[in-house]
Design a protein around this ligand. Structure first.
Ligand code: COA
Length: 150
């Protein structure tokens, strides 16, 4: 099996979110479901960039630890890193933190995405390490198949 691992200490924070009224629970603090939706989307895009395939699906999300909350107006940042490349899967670690206080809001030790082939079944992706470039990105549009010009 082709695998590679990282401790996740070298996590990079890319996407930032501004906590708005629609992201709050009835108590006025950040709704966990909003956060999970953002993380799942962010992680799926990360997996697409790493595996060069639009067709990746969330297979498994490990225990989620909500460590602190956030309020309306706070700025939060989401960090992801690949910690394991399997044969058909990729495993990510996620951290969300408050940009002002630097407090960790959430950690997820494992999010597993599976690389899906044209037959709808898991298919080997052939990668064993992280790319920090866009060199694996498909050049066709995922639905129309139109070639994207550089
Ligand atoms: C993804 C799916 C096609 C995988 O089918 P499957 O029969 O479990 O496939 P496999 O047993 O071959 O496993 C595929 C990979 O997932 C990994 N995997 C399977 N179950 C796992 C689990 N519980 N935890 C972690 N990894 C798991 C396997 O180790 C394998 O990875 P590897 O090839 O790198 O070793 C199928 O489960 C599915 O369609 N699930 C629904 C996905 C979905 O709709 N997600 C939410 C919306 S995007």
């Amino acid at each position: 099996m082709s695998t590679n691992s990282s401790t996740g200490d070298d996590i990079n924070f890319h996407t930032r979110k501004w906590i708005k009224p629609e992201d709050l629970n009835p108590n006025g603090s950040l709704f966990g479901g909003s956060l999970l939706r953002w993380i799942d989307e962010e992680a799926a895009i990360y997996a697409i960039v790493q595996l060069g395939n639009y067709n990746v699906v969330t297979k498994f999300i490990s225990e989620i630890s909500f460590e602190a909350s956030a309020r309306q107006g706070d700025l939060v940042e989401m960090g992801l890193i690949a910690i394991r490349f399997g044969r058909t899967s990729i495993t990510l670690r996620a951290v969300v933190r408050n940009m002002i206080t630097r407090r960790t809001i959430l950690t997820i030790d494992k999010l597993v995405f599976v690389n899906i082939g044209e037959d709808g079944r898991p298919t080997p992706h052939g990668y064993d390490s992280i790319t920090y470039k866009r060199d694996r990105m498909p050049t066709e549009h995922p639905q129309t198949g139109t070639i994207t010009l550089p």
